[in-house]
Design a protein. Sequence first.
Lengths: 139, 524
Amino acid sequence: MLPTLNGRIQTRVFVLLVVGGLWTLLVSPLIGQPYGVTFVVLLAVVVLGVGWELLYHLIQQFRWEKDWPTLFGLLTAVNEGALLWALISAGAVPGVPREVPFGAFLVQFLSTWIIVWLVVNGPMRVPFVHWRFRGGRLI
Amino acid sequence: MRQDTIRLPGPAVAPDPGPGAVRPGDLTPELIATDWWSDDAVSRAGIPVVDVPFVSVGGGIGSFVTVDYLRICGVPTSAIRVLTQLESPWESYEYLTRVSQIPRGERLRSDSASCPDNIWGFPSYAVREALATRSPRSLWNVLVEPILADYYTPKAGQAFESMEREHDRIDYASTVVKGQVRMVRRRVGGGYFTILIPAEGTSPTRRVAYRSRYVHVAVGYPGLKFLPDLMEYRERHRDYGSVVNAYEPHEQIYQRLAAAPGTVLVRGGGIVASRVLQRLIDDRDARGLQTQILHVFRTFVTGAHGPHVWMRRRGGDGWAYQGFNYPKSVWGGQLKARVRKLEGQERAALYAQFGGTNTPIRRNWQEQLRRGRRERWYHAFQGEITGLTPGPSGTVHAALRTANGPQDVQVTAVIDCTGLEADIREHRVLADLLDHGGAGRNPLGRLDVERSFEVRGTRSEPGRMYASGSATNGGYFPGVDTFLGLQIAAQEIADDLEALGFCARLGPVRSTHQWWLWARGRKI
């Protein structure tokens, strides 16, 4: 990935809401969680993600190539997932009960993450042929 | 082209008629001297005119990816003519890669998603290689690059074979007209005349004029020049076999080193030097040769370098290390966005910061050179060659100025891996654009293009002239002389032409449909 800050944020919001949203529709019944909970979790990934993107952009500045390796895009699931789970456990995510089972959260979060990561690393370029040359900006 | 320029595929430049020798259907002194041509003047000269909306001059990979883009945007082959001397779009590129030690089985210096046969870059070369070889190795490589592995790069053969498939799919051959382009001139009333010297026996006249609304100029490298010291040695001593540039065929040197032990002097710190060293060391390993390698760097890089902590490039052992020929984000990220806003000297200064000779850091090269240093058959040092003279029994005597004072060495051969790109004026079509077409130079001295790749100053309303490739280096987008750079230029050109109503917009629906056709190998 060769993102600009603006592109990072746009891609995060768009792909999580569209691809992540479709996936959440499918996965929620499988993990036995109501849509009210799973969609708030998804939204939390989007909102917190904007903050994370600022940090990633800062880290990217230390790279000569100003790129964001594919592996980073996958491994950042760890820090983001951990923070989100900590916030849910602390009851700090409005609309998500503290007693959400960890297994259900893990399945939803990781499966969404991997699907979004796969889409961003290839298929996204099919409908949006300008996207990769504009730092991930869609508009 | 002059004697000091390395010849590329294609016949030599055809001469203009001398005074008094003008035949019907040839250029007249009036035409040669006039910047804007009228239909009448061309007709008076007896030059037949062919009307076509879009002409691409060059016919290399730059023309190919542009035509590919336009075909995907719905332009029929009948609306496009590619004027070229090449047998295939990749002929020149394949020639240069082959002689500089990248035959089809070796890997290029190109990203997995830089696919000249596929404007979407999906599936990338790595995915396709994994499917073809039924091995996850290339997928693992792109997953962990550049942290746990070197950047994945495709094999040259994969790039050529996939381009050939796309060439057939879009019926590129229907657009090709063989011959040599002499000049492009603006037309009174709009558009351009492109003068072609057709291939022998294909036309009753010596010239044919292509009258088009749009012209695209992608003539490739104006030329690669020999360094003056190398030229002087070769001409004075009539020895063209022992002192060579890596971009010319030099297999004889490897053969001589195989026949008898010898020392070779390699000059340069770019990827071509890395390739030549790999070949020398591979031969050494495979055949048990005793080749000694002296490697002279003009700038010897000892470590990370750059103006500040946010702009520091890795380096060491003489080399400046970089995955590709620019920092990766010039092809789509931060640096692309930044350069796009810069003008004049500011732009030139940024180019200078991330430019300079560099090579990728590759684990196998590192291992070979480490071994060479340890076993004392590879010696790298800072210095300059100050003189070359013939030595005894076919050797070359090289005088060097090094950090430790003057040094004299006797070597079997000198392989110069520094390329000096010729001025754009060395190419006749570009020189004519500067003299008669209204074109100018950018801050790096190359052809000045807009962000849309329109050649600034050449507009002939409602016509447009575009250029892409190496001749435009120094513009609002760096990395023009690469696979992805040519595709980015093609996209900008297609977007501009779409705004002018020449082709369809490549929005999400059309793009997805066209990709589906591509994926199924359906002809368009």
